[in-house]
Write a protein that binds this ligand. Sequence first.
Ligand SMILES: *Cc1c(COP(=O)(O)O)cnc(C)c1O
Length: 458
Amino acid sequence: MFDSIKKIFSSGEEETTSLTSGAKPDISREKSAQLYEKAKTFFPGGVNSPVRAFKSVYGTPLFIEKGDGCYLWDADGNQFIDFCCSWGPLILGHNPAKVREKVIEVMANGMSFGAPTALENELAELIISNNKYIEKIRFTSSGTEAVMSAIRLARGTTKRDKIIKFEGCYHGHSDSLLVKAGSGLVTFGETSSAGIPKSFANETIVVSLNDKEALKKAFEDFKEQIAAVIIEPVPANNGLLLQDKDFLQFVRDICNENCALLIFDEVISGFRVGFEGAAGYYDIQPDIVTYGKIIGGGLPVGAYASSAAIMSNISPEGGVYQAGTLSGNPVAMAAGIAQLTELSKSGFYKELNNKTQEFADSIQRYATAKNYKFKVFTIGSIFWFAFTDKDKIQTAEDIDPASMEKFKMMHKELLNRGIYFGPSGYEVGFISAAHNKVDLEKAKRQIFETLDLVFRTR
Ligand SMILES: *Cc1c(COP(=O)(O)O)cnc(C)c1O
C-alpha cells in the first residue's frame, strides 16, 4: 500500500520480460482484460484502491471471481494459491465456513441498525479479555479511520499538536500521515500526495526507522510539542522492516521521558503475529493501539484501543469527537467474532507460525545453496522476498529500488504458474491457516523454478 503511493503516477505501459527458456506460457487473461477496460470507464485507473492496478508489475489486474481456502479463481478460470490474502485480513483463508455461517445467521436479522447490538459487546469482550495491553476499544470501519482517530485522541489527551512517524511505515491515507521524509536527520514531512496542505504536513515529523539519534533529536527540536510517536511495530507495508526489540523499547522509553504517547499501528500485526499482536510479541505496552484487517474477518472493521483513562477522552465521555454511521456494524462484527474465536484457540498461532517459518526457511536454503542474492524475511505468518544479500533490512532506505525489476519478473512467472502474490515487491506475503503442507510444497516448487529463471536472466 505504501508502494501504491510512490507509484501512483507511474505509467503502466505494457512491457515484456526476457525470461529464458523454461518460462511458462502466459495464462489467458482475456476476461480480466475486458473487465479492466470497462472498469477504467467507471473508476480512476480502473480500480478502487491504487495498488490493485498492477502498475508495479507486468500485465493488467486479474479480476477475481471466487476464493476458497488458500485458492483464488479469476474471471478466466485460472486457479492460484493466494499469498496476498486480501492484504492480510484472511488469516483463516478464503470463505471459511465458520465465518460465512455466522455472517449469514446474523444477516438474516438485518444488516444495520445505527443502534447498539450485543454483537459489539461480544467482539469487544473477546478482544479485551484476551489482550492485557488494552482496557477499552472503539470500532471503526477501516484501518485508516482507526489511525486517524488514534492521532486525534493522542492530540486531545496531550493537548499537543505534532506527531512523529517513521519513513517506510504506512498508516492509511489520512492527511497528516501521507507524508514522507525530506532530506536531513529530522524533517517536517513532505506530502506524499497532492491535495494535502503544507501546514498539515508541518505537524508531522518524519524520521528513519532504527535510528535512535534521529528520534532523540526530534524530541529535542520540538520539546513539549510532540503528542505521539506512531509506529508499525512490525513495519510490513514497505517490505518487512523488522525492528530490534531494543529499538522499540527505546521508542517506548523516549515517549515516557517526554510525556508523549506511543501509538502502535497494528492494523497488519494485530491478531497476526499473535492474538495480542506486536505488543504481546515484544511485550511492550503502547498507549494506543490500532487494529484493522484481521479484526473484521474480511469485512470492513477497524478499531483503536487504549487504557480506560485515555479512552475516556473520546466522545460522548470526553471532548475528542469521533463517530461512524456503520461503526460496529452487526454483520461485520459477526465476521470478526467468528474469525477471532478461531484465533483465540490454544495452539492456533504456534501451528501457523511454524508452518510459515518452515516455508521461509526452505526457500532461503534453496536460494542460499544457489548463491542467489535473495533473502526471505519473516515474522509470525508474514514473509517478504527481498532481492538483496543484506542480512537485515531495517529502514526504507536499505531497499534497493532496482531490485524490484527482479520481483516484477518473478511476479509474472509465478502468476503463470498458479501462484498469486500482491502486485508489488514492496508488499509482504501472508500465509493462512488454510495453506496446508501440500499447497505449500506445490508453491515452493514453483518458487524454486521461478528463482532459477529470474537469476538466469540478465
Ligand atoms: C492497511 C493498513 C492501514 C490502513 O487500513 P485501511 O483499512 O486500508 O484503511 C493502516 N495502517 C497499517 C499498518 C496498515 O497495514
